[in-house]
Design a protein around this ligand. Structure first.
Ligand SMILES: [Fe+2]
Length: 250
């Protein structure tokens, strides 16, 4: 493969609390949900977003999405039909797979990831066939961790939990625990887009920026980043990619 054209230092990093809320009702459903969009597709719709479901909001029946969605419960309570989800729950539903009413009794913050512009349609009552690929993890932290390897060397102190893997595209989502005192191996790039949301602790891609809980980082495809990856006290992050991830050091 020809060497792709690399770009230098084009990562985007911000505190999601600084992002304006906007109404979020993609397709059919009652209003009331608002979103902080973290990253957009070319048409402006959400690739990844934090959704705020107000207390008592309910989608009002079965819906089906035109895109795959993944979600992580950041805080509050959330339900999918009779399944009650609490913080650290993770769920996946592929395009075309209907799902029962979703909502929140006391309010919830969700981190959502869409593989294409989100759009939901009502499903008329009738036989409902949920995809066998759809799943809910009650606690993402309960997934068995693996110690990641970089170029054949295990990284001690790291715990990688793979929450989702799309075997067609190679896209995945990981819950990653990084030990305090971590120091990266220097600038690198990936053949896919990498997005990170910090859940706990601190982690910095370089000496200019330090992610704290609620911070977001987008390392674009072919973008050189990680000039000084480090964590002072350790971190827990969600990290997701839109294709098969690999690391290339510069
Ligand atoms: Fe990276």
């Amino acid at each position: 493969m020809a060497q792709p054209e690399l770009k230098d230092d084009i990562s985007v990093c911000f505190d999601t609390e600084t992002v304006d809320w906007e109404p979020f009702t993609p397709g059919s459903g009652p209003p009331g949900v608002r979103a902080r969009i973290l990253r957009r597709f070319d048409n402006g719709s959400a690739r990844s977003a934090i959704l705020d479901l107000p207390a008592g909001w309910d989608s009002g029946g079965f819906h089906v999405g035109r895109s795959d969605h993944q979600g992580f419960v950041i805080s509050g309570d959330f339900y999918v039909g009779r399944n009650a989800l609490t913080p650290r729950a993770f769920f996946y539903n592929p395009a075309g797979s209907p799902f029962a009413s979703i909502g929140s009794r006391g309010g919830a913050l969700l981190l959502m990831i869409y593989d294409s512009p989100p759009h939901y349609d009502f499903v008329n009552p009738g036989p409902i066939k949920v995809s066998d690929d759809a799943f809910i993890l009650a606690d993402a932290m309960a997934v068995e961790p693996v110690t990641p390897e970089i170029k054949g060397t295990k990284i001690p102190g790291f715990e990688r939990r793979v929450l989702f893997k799309d075997h067609r595209s190679g896209a995945d989502t990981r819950l990653l625990k990084v030990p305090g005192g971590f120091e990266g191996r220097g600038p690198n790039w990936h053949p896919v887009h990498e997005e990170i949301y910090c859940l706990a602790g601190d982690i910095g891609p370089d000496d200019k920026r330090l992610l704290k809980p609620g911070w977001y980082l987008h390392n674009p495809q072919y973008g050189i980043h990680g000039y000084h990856e480090h964590s002072i006290s350790g971190a827990t992050i969600l990290e997701w990619h839109d294709g098969e991830w690999a690391i290339n050091f510069v």
